[in-house]
Ligand binder design. Structure first.
Ligand code: GLU
Length: 478
C-alpha cells in the first residue's frame, strides 16, 4: 500500500513553528516515498475555529514551499477535508459502534460524576470514570447522555513508535472514552481516528503532545475493525532554557519569522534540521531533504530552538540566492520601510547585490538599504565619519571624481572602475584614499558596501549629486 500521511491543524490561531515542522516532516516523507500528503482541517471547536485562521495556515504552509495532494482547497477523493463538514459520518460510525456492542450510552449526570470523583479522591485514588452503564444497554431515550467506547480492561497496548520506539500502556489505565458528547458533538480522539481511517492514512506523524492519546485511538481503530496506521511522534521544540518552546521565549508563529525576513528556504532547512542530522551537513535544499530526511532518524528527545543558527542559515541562503530572485523577495520589505520602490526600479538588483553579503535577514537588508532610497537632501551623515573623511583635499578629489563620472556614457562596473583608476593615476593616489571619502559622500556612513556597488545602486545622477554635495561640505568652493 502506498504511503498516505496527513497534517491536521486546528484553525484556532496562527501556525506554530512546531506545527510547521510536523507538516514539513509529513511532506518530506510523502515526497520521498511518492506518497500522498493530505491536509485536513480539525475545526470541531466552533468557538475557536475561524476560517481566516484556516486560510492563513494554508498560506503559511504554501510560503514554506509545502504542497499537498488533497485538502480543503484542492479537494480529493475523500472530501470533505474539514471536520465540521463530516459530522454525519461521525454520527454514523458512533451508531455502528453502538449496534456492534463496542460503545454504549451513559446518562450519568455531571453531579453524579462529580460525586464519584470526590469520593475517589477522598479515598486516595486517582479520579476516573467507573464504567457505570457499560453493560446497561441504555437506549436513545435514556435522557441526556454521552456515548462512550469500551476500552479493554486487561492486557497492554503496544505502540511501536517510529521515533520513540516501543511504548507499552496497561489497558486498565484507559478510561471508556467519550466519543459523542451530550450535545451530540464528537470528540477529538474519535474524529481523528474516523478521518485517518476514512482517508486511508497509513502513517500518522504528529507532535508528541498527542502520544498519550494514541493508545486510546488504537482501541477505537480496533472497535471500528479498522487497520491501525503506523505512528511517529515528534518531540516538542524546546526553548533555550530546555522547557517547551512558548511565547515567553520569543516568536512562535511561522508568520513572525517570515515577517522578520527569514527566507522560506532557510526556514525549511532549519526546521528539518531540528532534531535530525545528516553527517555534519548544515545546508540542505528541499530536493536534498526529500531524498535524505527520514522520520525514523529524528531524535527522540526535544531539540532546542537556536535563533543564532537560524540567522546564520538565513544569511547563508541570502548570500547564495540569485540577485534577481532575492530582489523579488525583498520588495515587501522595501515597501514596509516606505521606500519609493518604483522610482528605483532599474537599480533594485544592484541595491540588493550591494547588501546581499552583509544581511542576516531581509529586514536587515531593507534597513541597510535606506541610503539608496532617501532623497539626496535627506541623507543623514555620521558626523564622526564626516569629520574624519570629508575634509581638506577630499573635497578636490570628490569634485574631480564627480566630473569624471558625470561624463560617463556607460554606467557599468568596468566603466566606473576605468574612470576611478584614471583619476587615481592622474593624481598619483591609491584606491584607499578614494574609497572612504566616496563612501561617506554616497551613504553618509563610514561603513557600507563596495565602491562600485554603491555607485551602481545609486545610479549616475544621484551619485554625481552626492559627490558634489560632499565636496562642497569638505572644502567649500571659492
Ligand atoms: N488537530 C490536532 C492539533 O492541532 C492534531 C491532531 C493529530 O495530528 O492527530 O493538535
Amino acid at each position: 500500500m502506498s504511503l498516505r500521511v496527513r497534517f491536521a491543524p486546528s484553525p484556532t490561531g496562527h501556525l506554530h513553528i512546531g506545527g510547521a515542522r510536523t507538516a514539513l516532516s509529513n511532506f518530506l516523507e510523502a515526497r520521498r516515498e511518492g506518497g500522498i500528503f493530505v491536509l485536513r482541517i480539525e475545526d470541531t471547536d466552533p468557538e475557536r475555529s475561524k476560517r481566516e485562521h484556516e486560510e492563513q495556515i494554508l498560506r503559511d504552509l504554501a510560503w514554506l514551499g509545502l504542497r499537498w495532494e488533497e485538502g480543503p482547497d484542492v479537494g480529493g477523493p475523500f472530501a470533505p477535508y474539514r471536520q465540521s463538514e463530516r459530522y454525519d459520518r461521525y454520527r454514523a460510525v458512533a451508531e455502528d459502534l453502538l449496534a456492534r456492542g463496542h460503545a454504549y450510552r451513559c446518562n450519568a449526570s455531571s453531579e453524579e460524576l462529580d460525586a464519584l470523583r470526590a469520593a475517589q479522591t477522598a479515598a486516595g485514588e486517582d479520579p476516573r470514570y467507573d464504567r457505570r452503564n457499560r453493560e446497561a444497554n441504555l437506549g436513545p431515550d435514556c435522557g441526556p447522555h454521552v456515548i462512550r467506547v469500551k476500552m479493554p480492561i486487561e492486557g497492554v497496548t503496544v505502540l511501536d513508535d517510529l521515533i520513540k520506539g516501543r511504548i507499552e500502556i496497561p489497558n486498565e489505565k484507559l478510561d471508556d472514552l467519550v466519543i459523542i458528547r451530550s450535545d451530540g458533538t464528537p470528540t477529538y480522539n474519535f474524529v481523528v481516528v474516523v478521518d485517518d481511517h476514512d482517508m486511508g492514512i497509513t502513517l500518522v506523524a504528529r507532535g508528541d503532545d498527542h502520544v498519550n492519546n494514541t493508545p486510546k485511538q488504537i482501541h477505537i481503530y480496533h472497535a471500528m475493525g479498522a487497520e491501525v496506521p503506523r505512528f511517529a511522534h515528534l518531540p516538542m521544540i524546546l526553548g533555550p532554557d530546555g522547557s517547551r518552546l512558548s511565547k515567553r521565549h520569543g516568536d512562535t508563529s511561522l508568520g513572525s519569522y517570515r515577517d522578520m525576513g527569514i527566507l522560506a528556504e532557510a526556514m525549511l532547512n532549519y526546521l528539518a534540521r531540528l532534531g535530525w542530522s545528516h553527517g555534519d551537513q548544515e545546508v540542505f535544499t528541499e530536493a536534498e531533504l526529500i531524498s535524505l530526511f527520514r522520520l525514523q532518524d529524528v531524535g527522540s528527545s526535544g531539540a532546542r530552538w537556536d535563533m543564532d543558527k537560524l540567522k546564520w542559515l538565513n544569511q547563508t541562503w541570502i548570500q547564495g540566492m540569485a540577485p534577481a530572485e532575492l530582489t523579488h523577495r525583498c520588495l515587501p520589505f522595501f515597501e514596509a520601510q516606505g521606500y519609493a520602490v518604483a522610482e528605483h526600479q532599474d537599480r533594485l538588483v544592484h541595491i540588493v547585490s550591494a547588501l546581499q553579503k552583509r544581511s542576516p535577514t531581509l529586514v536587515d537588508l531593507a534597513s541597510q538599504a535606506r541610503f539608496f532610497f532617501v532623497p539626496d537632501a535627506e541623507l543623514s551623515f555620521d558626523e564622526a565619519a564626516v569629520g574624519k573623511h570629508l575634509k581638506g583635499e577630499a573635497g578636490t578629489l570628490l569634485r574631480s571624481l564627480a566630473a569624471r563620472l558625470a561624463a560617463l556614457s556607460d554606467w557599468s562596473e568596468p566603466a566606473l572602475s576605468a574612470a576611478c583608476e584614471a583619476l587615481l593615476a592622474e593624481l598619483g593616489l591609491k584606491m584607499g584614499k578614494l574609497a572612504q571619502p566616496v563612501r561617506v559622500a554616497l551613504t553618509g556612513q563610514g561603513v557600507g558596501p563596495g565602491l562600485y556597488e554603491m555607485l551602481l545602486g545609486l545610479g549616475q545622477a544621484r551619485s554625481v549629486a552626492r559627490l558634489e554635495a560632499a565636496a562642497a561640505k569638505a572644502n567649500p568652493p571659492g
